[in-house]
Design a protein around this ligand. Structure first.
Ligand code: NAP
Length: 467
């Protein structure tokens, strides 16, 4: 009976996982997607729990309680911290897969009939992918969280790729030997060595990668965690794990491909390109000046505009300025000024970051325009308001061949008639490079925290002489 319930639950959970991914495609159905995903996971946990070999082990309740203790605070992190929170989830997923694989191996040593080449192969894949995902994701989360003792910038040294691939190669060779001779006298000792090498490789993999590439790397690690779960499904003979892991693995892969395309980079460039090393823009000719504008002057410029394009970036997320942006949107549209939001696919720190923030502030979805659709309109734009965006509006991406962002499609803010740029300082964006947009003849800086600056602009309209 419980077996039949298990099978039925597996089908129901698989269907719900697929629906969850499908509904995630559209902001209107995204909430259903979350409910479907949570329901699928709950069904999977309950159906596993009631299996005869598990139901008598009351300590499972302790594991579930521990999951809640870690999971609930993790669900409350701010949106800007979601990439590192996601990395932590992958770390736990990888660790779970690695530990289950290890436990199965040592249990099977007592019942060697379990050791088929296929299952042992799956187990080795599970353990290597699981443990490297564990340390790799922890390192990625640490870099994004700017943990003090983990360098944010890429750390490279000569022969690094040889060392890294050597460590992975050694783990794979030992793994293959274990598949061929799982019960040999040396095998139980070799197994922890494979684990150690996988853990080490996870750390080495992330060291040369800069913070700006971390979201892409996290997405790649997501697909590794998914593949580890697929392998675990084969080891445990659990089809739900195989399908859920495959969905997880492929969606992680697709997301990393989307991000790489949006940055015009390849996987190898992300993994081995040491992107994000600080580079100063070449000083050619005279050094241009930064021009500052007051909130009153900026409000005047906005008031005279017919088309205003707001270009939000990571700084809007940091400042949590979206609600003030909504107020500014209301003030401008009330005066008959057309306001559009230009959405770059990798603005912020995760795909859809800007969409989520603007939706939170109830800015109509119809006002959001994708990069490819807004760019042809930019020459007609009277004022481009750049709110904490930097790399995604850096014209160097078009022509500076030595720039780390060369080739990345950008929003053509520089083509607008006037640019108002909001940021706190003259510091570069995440790629660590200067941006000539800010010193362009028609650009005016509004220095300060985005929420405060936009709030001041709103005050000019609400209370000031702008009617
Ligand atoms: P960005 O290049 O990181 O620039 C953010 C800007 O916001 C900085 O100029 C910063 O300047 C400003 N800022 C920070 N806090 C602020 C605050 N409280 N108020 C006002 N301004 C503030 O951001 P972006 O243009 O959005 O570009 C995203 C970057 O992340 C790109 O390099 C992209 O390739 C990378 N990335 C994104 C994703 C993704 O999925 N979204 C994935 C992978 C990589 P100050 O410090 O002077 O204020």
């Amino acid at each position: 009976m419980t077996h039949a319930i298990g099978q039925f639950a597996a089908i129901a959970a698989t269907a719900l996982f697929i629906l969850a991914l499908y509904w995630m495609n559209d902001p209107k159905t995204a909430r259903h997607a979350v409910v479907a995903g949570v329901s699928a996971m709950s069904i999977a946990i309950l159906a596993t729990w009631i299996q005869p070999e598990i139901v008598h082990h009351a300590w499972i309740l302790l594991a579930i309680a521990a999951g809640f203790l870690v999971g609930v605070p993790l669900s409350r992190v701010p949106l800007t911290a979601v990439p590192q929170r996601t990395a932590l989830s992958h770390a736990f997923g990888g660790l779970a897969a690695g530990l289950v694989g290890t436990a199965e191996y040592y249990l099977w040593l007592g019942e060697p009939e379990h050791f088929t080449t296929f299952r042992m192969g799956a187990l080795v894949v599970e353990v290597i992918l699981g443990f490297l995902t564990f340390t790799g994701s922890l390192m990625a989360a640490g870099k994004l969280q700017e943990v003090r003792w983990i360098p944010q910038r890429p750390v490279t040294y000569p022969g690094q790729n040889v060392v890294n691939l050597g460590v992975l190669g050694a783990a794979v060779v030992l793994g293959v030997l274990l598949v061929l001779r799982p019960t040999a006298a040396w095998a139980p000792t070799a197994f922890p060595v494979v684990i150690g090498l996988a853990l080490l490789f996870g750390v080495l993999l992330i060291i040369p990668i800069g913070g700006a590439d971390m979201p892409t790397v996290i997405s790649i690690l997501n697909s590794y965690a998914g593949l580890a779960a697929v392998a675990m499904g084969f080891v445990l003979d659990n089809m739900l794990l195989v399908t859920a892991g495959a969905l997880d693995g492929s969606s992680g892969l697709i997301l990393s491909i989307i991000m790489c395309r949006a940055m015009n980079r390849s996987f190898t460039n992300v993994l081995f390109g040491a992107f994000g090393t600080v580079k100063k823009a070449l000083v050619t000719g005279e050094q241009k000046e930064w021009k500052q504008e007051s909130s009153e002057g900026a409000a005047q410029l906005l008031e005279q505009a017919r088309l205003v394009v707001v270009i939000p970036g990571y700084g809007m997320a940091v400042a949590q300025a979206q609600h003030k942006v909504r107020e500014l949107y209301d003030q401008l549209t009330k005066r008959g000024i057309a306001v559009k939001f230009a959405i770059h696919p990798v603005a912020g720190r995760m795909p859809g970051h800007m969409n989520v923030l603007l939706a939170e502030a109830d800015i109509p979805y119809s006002a959001l325009v994708e990069m490819d659709d807004i760019n042809p309109e930019m020459p007609q734009c009277d004022v481009a308001v750049v709110i904490g965006a930097n790399d995604v509006v850096n014209p160097a991406a078009r022509y500076a061949k030595d720039s780390p962002i060369y080739g990345m499609p950008i929003i053509d803010a520089d083509k607008a008639r006037t640019v108002l740029a909001i940021k706190r300082s003259k510091n570069p964006g995440f790629a660590g490079i200067d941006n000539e947009l800010y010193v362009q003849d028609n650009t005016w800086m509004l220095f300060g925290d985005a929420k405060t600056v936009i709030g001041d602009l709103v005050k000019q309209f609400a209370g000031g002489g702008f009617h």
